[in-house]
Each structure stands twice: as structure tokens, then as C-alpha cells.
Design a binder for this molecule. Structure first.
Ligand code: F3S
Length: 408
């Protein structure tokens, strides 16, 4: 692999042991994937920071790396953790878990990673530019950055994203190269697409069908309304990244590269898959149970508009089951200043910051039945936490929380 003088000096340890370790990780990755050189990145988003996933070995690894020195040389920010840093005692999160989670966050702060604790950094002014190279690791954020914005990132692991933050570089392979961004499948959508939940179902189906492929959607119209459009694209990408490992998608005439290259963004030998119905996905994500312990929204993290929409739907009605809406602390403050948090709390719900429901210790807290409007959460909660999950529209989730049991 060709390294610049600066990169070689990172590897030689001239900038400290922490940077040396980072460069060793990047070079090893580059060798594995056949990269010829490094590409400079403008930002890094670090996932794999929840105590539920990385445990004590992960905390020790991060502490050890922080002790070696080194500092993020490009803007670097954290994915959500397993707790809300302010509200965890109020919501009954286990203190031992919270203490460990806070230690992980502190170690990352020591090396210059901002505690944004969100999987939707594009909602808080941290969106990359089109064509920009970045090193992001949360799968839905990767999908959104690549597909909707037109930035270039592989689906990094937590350590490789942190290494990229330390060195401001990542190996040039995978989705950093145009030739690897061509669609592998044409997806002809003939089913009707009404709600963002439908986009989640479509994503779930396509992710299962194509795995690591790159879809080019045809016949998929997006709403003119910018807010609804963003929500639908978020749902689609997050679900494909969860049921499969799709890191990039194109939509004919809609997403940046499909718009720029037209049909040339599709490989000649691309397989065509028609989608006539979402029923199979709906069945896979449904359960015959009615029991409900909690409704969660915000996977990926909710925008201010999504929170406003839920607040409007609640409109001072009293919830029979708790509703948690996950977002970033910045968006929560915006929601507070607009009065949305107050409305939601008066109904008995909560807006949580910093938290990912999938890696929060929900099963340890006795939660066994969850309803959600997120196909990604509905994919992961049963497999990661053994939680029975109901999937439905936002309206269906709210109605269920008001009734106290899942409404089919
Ligand atoms: Fe975000 Fe966690 Fe969902 S990181 S996309 S809330 S699984």
C-alpha cells in the first residue's frame, strides 16, 4: 500500500502510540481489502459504544487506547449509547449499567469524540457534503450518507472509525471507489407505498433478498413534502441495513447518483426483482400477541418534525402504556423549546436523548413486549434482546399506547 510521508510517520509512531495503533488498524484493513492508498476523510462517526454490546473488554480496549494518547483530527461524533445521560435514574435504568456506559462515553470524550450520541447526525447539522469521503459506522447513518446525500463511506466498525478519526484517513476501497457504487439489482416496486412504515417494510424485504447488494429502485415515488421524504428514506435505508447489509441504494431520478448518471449507475448484469406486495414483510414483523409494555419511536433517531407529529397526535390524551421517543440531546432541546416535550410528558410519554433502544438494557428492565414504527428495531429487538415486537405505523403505535394493548 502506498503511504504518504505523513501516513508513514503515523505508522512509525512519530505521533504517539495511540496514532500508531490507529494507523496499524487502517493499514491492515487496506491490505485485507486490496486498497492501493488512503483517502482523507472529513468526519468520523463512531458506533459500537454501548456497554450492552462491548461490555468490560470494550471499555478496557478504549481506556487503553485513550491512555496511549492520540486525538481525533477530524470532527468525530458518537453513536447512541444504552442510556439517557440525564433521565436514566427516572426511567429505571440499572445503575451498574449506567455507570459503565458513562465510563465508555468519558473515554471517547478524552480522545476528542463529541458526545452527540445520535445515529442521525444529519439532523443536528453534521451532514457531509455530496462527494465527500467520510468514515461512519452506524449502518443507517452510513446508508443515509451514501444514498441520500451522496457522500462516500464504507460501513466501518467502531475501532476502524475511531482509527480514521485519529489519522483523518481511511483505506481507499469499497464505496470510496465509484466502480463499487454501481447497482447490483433493479428493484421494480409495484406495491402501493403510503406511509414511512411501508418504506420500512420495503427495506426489510429488499435487504433480505439482496444482502450486501446495491439496489436501484424503479417505480418508487417519494412525497414532495421534504419532511416526509426524509423520514421515508431513513426508514427504507435503516431497514435494508438491518435485514441485509445494504450500505448504499439508488432511486431512479431521485437520489444524487441516480439523478447524475441515470441508467449508467446500474451494472449491466444487474438482476431484476419485482416487488408486488409488502405482505410477506408485514407477516414476518407481526405477532399474534396483544400484550404491550412499551412503544418506542426514534430508530433511527427522530427528527424535530417526527417528534412534533407525535406530540400533535397525542394532544393531551392519556397514555395507558409508556411511549419513548429516542433522539439526540440537541433535537430534544429544540423539541422542548417548541413545547413538544411538555405535551408528550403531560400524556405520560418521554423524549429520550443519547439512547438506542436496541442496545438499552430493556430486557433486564423487565420489558418483554414492544411496539414500534421502525422495521430496523422490529428486526433487531427480538434477535438482540428476545423481546416480542409489534411493528406498525406511527398512528397504530400511538393508538396502541392509548388503548394499553397492541391494536392490529
Ligand atoms: Fe439508531 Fe439504534 Fe436504531 S443506533 S438506527 S436507534 S438500532
Amino acid at each position: 500500500m502506498k503511504l504518504t510521508k505523513t501516513e508513514q510517520s503515523f505508522l512509525d509512531g512519530k505521533h504517539g502510540r495511540g496514532v500508531k495503533r490507529a494507523m496499524e488498524i487502517l493499514v491492515a484493513l487496506g491490505r485485507i481489502y486490496g486498497a492501493t492508498d488512503m483517502v482523507q476523510v472529513k468526519s468520523a462517526q463512531i458506533a459500537g459504544i454501548s456497554y450492552k454490546n462491548i461490555g468490560d473488554p470494550g471499555l478496557e480496549f478504549l481506556t487503553d487506547w485513550a491512555d496511549m494518547g492520540g486525538y481525533a483530527h477530524v470532527p468525530a461524533f458518537m453513536n447512541p449509547s444504552g442510556i439517557d445521560r440525564q433521565m436514566w435514574p427516572l426511567l429505571g435504568f440499572p445503575p451498574e449499567f449506567a455507570a459503565k456506559q458513562l465510563q465508555i462515553i468519558e473515554q471517547l470524550k478524552r480522545v476528542g469524540v463529541r458526545a452527540t450520541l445520535t445515529c442521525a447526525p444529519y439532523h443536528i447539522g453534521l451532514a457531509p457534503e455530496r462527494g465527500e469521503h467520510i468514515a461512519w459506522s452506524e449502518s443507517s447513518a452510513v446508508s443515509y450518507a451514501n444514498s441520500v446525500i451522496g457522500a462516500c463511506t464504507n460501513r466501518e466498525g467502531g475501532p476502524s472509525a475511531l482509527a480514521a478519526a485519529f489519522c483523518g484517513r481511511t483505506p481507499r476501497y469499497g464505496l470510496h471507489l465509484h466502480k463499487n457504487r454501481l447497482a447490483t439489482h433493479r428493484i421494480e416496486v409495484a406495491s402501493s407505498m403510503e406511509t414511512s412504515a411501508d418504506f420500512g417494510l420495503l427495506g426489510f424485504l429488499v435487504g433480505k433478498l439482496i444482502g450486501t447488494g446495491i439496489p436501484f429502485f424503479q417505480g418508487l415515488s417519494l412525497p414532495d413534502d421534504e419532511v416526509q421524504r426524509t423520514t421515508n428514506l431513513k426508514s427504507l435505508g435503516a431497514a435494508m441495513a438491518a435485514s441485509g447489509a445494504v450500505a448504499l441504494f439508488h432511486i431512479e431520478k431521485q437520489t444524487p447518483e441516480a439523478d447524475l448518471y441515470g441508467d449508467r449507475i446500474v451494472r449491466e448484469n444487474a438482476e431484476t426483482i419485482p416487488i408486488h406486495s409488502l405482505d410477506e414483510a408485514r407477516d414476518s414483523l407481526s405477532t399474534h400477541e396483544n400484550r404491550l409494555d412499551l412503544i418506542t419511536f426514534g430508530c433511527p433517531h427522530a427528527s424535530i418534525d417526527e417528534i412534533g407529529d407525535i406530540a400533535n397526535q397525542l394532544n393531551n390524551k392519556m397514555l395507558q402504556k409508556p411511549v419513548w421517543i429516542a433522539t439526540s440531546s440537541i433535537v430534544r432541546e429544540q423539541a422542548r423549546s417548541k413545547g413538544f416535550v411538555d405535551i408528550i410528558e403531560r400524556s405520560g410519554g418521554n423524549v429520550l436523548a443519547d439512547t438506542c433502544m436496541v442496545v438499552a438494557p430493556l430486557s433486564e428492565m423487565g420489558i418483554q413486549f414492544i411496539g414500534t414504527n421502525s422495521a430496523k428495531a422490529a428486526t433487531y429487538l427480538p434477535s438482540h434482546q428476545g423481546i416480542v415486537t409489534h411493528f406498525g405505523t406511527t398512528e397504530q403505535c400511538i393508538e396502541s399506547a392509548l388503548e394499553g394493548q397492541w391494536q392490529n
